[in-house]
Ligand binder design. Sequence first.
Ligand code: ATP
Length: 330
Amino acid sequence: MKTTTNKGHLICLGIESTAHTFGAAVVSSKKEILSDVRDMYTSETGIIPVEAARHHEKLQRQMIQEAIQKSGQKKIDLVAFSQSPGLPPCLKVGMLAAKEIAKELNVPIIGVNHIVAHLISGHLFTQAKNPVYVFCSGANTQIIALEGGYFRIFGETLDSGLGNSLDKFGRGIGLGFPAGPKIEALAEKGKFIELPYVVKGMDLSFAGIVTSAVDKFKKGAKEEDLCFSMQETLFSMLTEVTERALAHTGKKEAVLIGGVAANKRLCAMLDVMCKQRGAKFFQVPLKYCGDQGVMIAYQGILEHLAGKQDSINKIDINPYQRVDEIKVFW
Ligand code: ATP
């Protein structure tokens, strides 16, 4: 089994399987996206890890073949997969699929951290060079910056992520799932109602605000006013912590990553704050904000080119690895 490549122009197959999405994509070291195949497990009740893993298991072989075929490449040089963090049964399917195809193609395998890949997608898709990363997906909300060779988490949610908090509020007032886009639309006609504002040090807490907003709805507050007020309150909290991270690090860029980046009001708030500080605001295109294999392939290329070598026999999943444990060597 090969463990290295000739390090010239590299073509990497990336496999993503941390949670609901199975993704396979082929990317080149020149940042060309040659294919991007994805399929998402859905359920009425939220994600059931073994069911999601079954979904991935069923589709992985055909999706990997499709990604390779659509890329038009005769030769794949490297296979990267999401090694951490994520739901163990789902991670395992991705790893076994990666091992199988790496053996078949006789190429090196490399395991990457899924959150790192999301952050680095800020460099793949925008001009940001050394930003504060504002990562806001369903379950995650973290304000991160690279300092001293590590991704330092400056602030994060103490309970659920921003997206899930909006969804929970939406569920509470009968908007259905996912509520984020509906809240954004309703907010356009709303007026401000005061809600708790909870920034603790550099951390954020959303749960109590959701409870308070749902409670106000039950007592007769209008849904559009609550949607407007939720956005203004939650996004101001996030903008405040991002501004403090910019001030502390002296960085001049912020990049927004994750599905909540779809929200125009959030982008506008961060943009205004950045402009007022002489900083630049970037946003990863929505198509690549969610889980996909493209970012995994690109991260695999960076780490491989920087000399990382994983053993196909020893490599395993690492479901609980935090982003701040990883030394940035690429
Ligand atoms: P995770 O990877 O953290 O488990 P996820 O993959 O479900 O979560 P994403 O796809 O990055 O997360 O983002 C989904 C979230 O983005 C949902 O909570 C959804 O409500 C939110 N969202 C989508 N569009 C908007 C919008 N226009 N305004 C606010 N939130 C939005």
